[in-house]
Design a protein around this ligand. Structure first.
Ligand code: PRX
Length: 647
């Protein structure tokens, strides 16, 4: 990790919020922002105590903030239920018959669930869970396509205080088994399959394979989505539609402690197995609720669409919980953006008159590549606000988004946050913040970031350094499930007294933040965090592999591609073995970890002390000229051989 991180970006364009947007915005003046931000910094308990009035409580808390980082508790003594806040409270007024979820499947089938409908389905499924033996505090794995039943299952868990752990449908059976085991999940909800680019992604068969290795799971609930045949094991596997037939639609929400565990979401770190990020009820919900209101400027009449899969944190906070807590209408789409053609997203925006659209830079780069003609064929005049998340956005992709999708009318919110932060941390407020392409701009109220050196000193001027948070916030993770030491070690030991995000960033003369990417061994592939270590372990588990080093390299569409340097046991490798290794990684982790390049080498370049020279490998992977001194290379031939193996 280098002390000073150099920035090569020199972006000077600036876009003030359109005046008509500013006039109606939820946060509508710079003074209001300054006042909120300063209050939250100086009196966090007072500020967040006031904000918590946006939620409905069964019992008010005694203490807003208890303890200091890393061990903080929020709203201690308070009693609350998340599903009550996302559903029941909206049934008391005109939102009762409002669309909560507008869903479209990839084949074009649609469903609209009004708040009343969603409430009924959630209560019924909560009763199903109880009937199958799930109790408050039990872990439930959800491994499902983007169908309404996923949102229903999540909310049903929160209704009874079961802790959900959602696994993205692109993960393999092995990954599902690991996560089931780590969480000691009792029940799993899945589907026969889901649709993706016209093909079925089989989920139930992966669950069957995973259960051979994760015996804690006693029951499986299966949604029939595509109608593909599946094997049902008696007394273990149940169809969703059978179970839902004869349960009551009445289910009182359990009055849970504010700090009751809400969900676990596994994410990659630089070392070891995936980390089970644990969020708790009230703080997380408050973060998701307030940031949705501030950043997406949610209004009663909005039709809001976040394209993220619910298997990632963006889907948790901004497809389901944030919008529903605000009584908004959230659009959910099952499939790919280029099915049946590259105009699918724009067709959906036109069809549902979407007003707020939130997607990822990797998707925007694909749209740019597919050409302006696709969006230009559709009426996008309903849009009023655009957002991005997941990785730094290239200024040119930002400009395209601004011009072609936003038609120079819509502010863009570039939102920086993480699985661990629960909600958006640094982002423009669309009514007041002039935006700069590529910058996530300024911290939200309650967020106190800094850019520091390795010893925790604030970096002077506009130089790059490590991004940290100096003050706790309600929606921060509370621990890593079952491993509190690793939690403290990962986030709070690098920079004493602060939360270390793992990102490098700089702050410009206007106080705007520019995130420059990860400084640890974590890849950001198409906006998904992957640890180089996990891919290396997957490779080394193949009998022919002696040693592997995995690095990222710049990739036009995915942001970062995966390059694997592999030294073999015995004979030289060939193309067939490359294919086999790629398939092996996919089997171990899932399609999202598919290597882009496999390069064989007699040995990996190491320093005299035996550390793999990752910077050198990164340069080779990117095809850059070798710039640094390689005199410490153990074997110069290794380098020559690696270069030769260039595909
Ligand atoms: O490196 C940052 C990048 O994504 C990481 C968090 O990944 P994950 O936990 O999977 O959550 C993604 C969705 C919240 C961060 O450490 N990242 C996320 N948003 C941005 C970003 N980098 C730059 N700009 C962003 N807006």
């Amino acid at each position: 990790m280098s002390e000073a991180i150099e920035s090569v970006l020199n972006e000077t364009r600036k876009f003030p919020p359109p005046s008509d947007f500013a006039a109606q915005a939820n946060i509508s003046s710079e003074e209001q922002y300054q006042q909120m931000w300063t209050r939250a910094k100086e009196d966090p308990a007072g500020f967040w105590g006031d904000m918590a009035a946006n939620l409905d409580w069964f019992k008010k808390w005694d203490t807003v903030l208890d303890g200091a980082m890393p061990n903080t508790k929020w709203f201690v003594g308070g009693k609350i239920n998340l599903s009550y806040n996302c559903l029941d409270r909206h049934l008391l007024g005109p939102n009762k018959n409002k669309a909560a979820i507008i869903w479209e499947g990839e084949p074009g089938d649609t469903r609209v669930l009004r708040y009343q409908d969603l409430h009924r389905e959630v209560c019924k499924f909560a009763n199903v869970l109880k009937k199958l033996g799930v109790q408050t505090g039990d872990r439930v794995t959800l491994y499902m396509p983007m169908i309404p039943e996923l949102a229903i299952a999540m909310l049903a868990c929160t209704r009874i205080g079961a802790i959900h752990s959602i696994i993205f449908g692109g993960f393999s059976a092995e990954a599902v088994a690991d996560r089931n085991n780590d969480a000691q999940a009792k029940l799993i909800v899945t589907a026969d399959a889901g649709w993706r680019r016209g093909k079925e992604v089989f989920l139930k068969s992966a669950v069957d394979a995973s259960l051979e290795k994760s015996p804690s799971v006693q029951k499986v609930v299966v949604v029939r989505r595509t109608g593909s045949p599946v094997e049902m094991v008696p007394d273990r596997d149940y169809w969703w539609h059978d179970l839902m037939k004869d349960v009551s639609a009445e289910c009182d929400p359990v009055q849970l402690d504010a700090e009751h565990p809400l969900f676990i979401l596994y994410t990659s770190g630089s070392t070891g197995k995936p980390k089970g990020v644990l969020h708790t009820t009230a703080g997380y919900l408050l973060g998701a609720t307030m940031t949705s209101k501030w950043v997406f400027d949610l209004k009663d009449e909005d039709t809001y669409w976040c394209t993220a899969d619910i298997g990632w944190v963006t889907g948790h906070s901004y497809v389901v919980y944030g919008p529903l807590a605000n009584g908004a209408t959230t659009v959910m789409y099952e499939g790919a953006p280029n099915w049946p053609d590259e105009g699918r997203f724009w067709e959906l925006i036109e069809k549902y008159r979407v007003s707020i659209f939130y997607t990822a830079p990797t998707a925007i780069r694909a749209f740019v590549k597919w050409g302006d003609d696709w969006p230009n064929r559709h009426d996008l005049s309903s849009l009023r606000l655009l957002g991005t998340v997941g990785e730094p956005i290239n200024p040119e992709a930002w400009m395209w988004y601004h011009k072609i999708i936003g038609q120079e009318r819509c502010p863009i919110v570039d939102t920086w946050w993480q699985t661990e932060t629960g909600g958006i941390m640094i982002s423009p407020l669309p009514g007041i913040t002039p935006t700069k392409p590529g910058s996530c701009t300024r911290p939200l109220p309650g967020v106190v970031p800094d850019i520091v050196t390795k010893d925790g000193q604030t970096v002077p001027g506009t130089n790059g350094g490590l991004l940290v948070m100096k003050q706790p916030w309600p929606s921060m993770l509370r621990t890593l499930y079952g491993d509190h030491d690793r939690f403290v070690q990962t986030y709070f030991s690098e920079i004493p007294g602060a939360y270390f995000a793992g990102d490098g960033a700089r702050r410009d003369e206007d106080g705007y933040y520019w995130v420059m990417g990860r400084v640890d061994d974590v890849l950001n592939v198409a906006g998904h965090r992957l640890s180089t270590m996990e891919v290396e372990s997957a490779l080394v588990s193949h009998p022919r592999v002696a040693e592997a080093a995995v690095v990222g390299f710049p990739h036009d569409l995915k942001g970062e591609g995966i390059c694997c340097f592999v030294s073999l046991k015995g004979l030289d490798g060939d193309d067939a073995l490359k294919k086999e290794l790629i398939a092996h990684v996919r089997k171990q982790i899932g399609a999202l970890a598919t290597p882009d390049q496999i390069r064989f080498a007699a040995a990996l370049p190491k320093t005299r002390s035996g550390k793999i020279m990752r910077r050198l490998l990164r340069d080779i992977a990117a095809g850059r000229e070798k710039t640094q001194d390689t005199t410490t290379l153990e074997d110069y031939n290794v380098l020559a051989k690696l270069r030769e193996s260039d595909e």
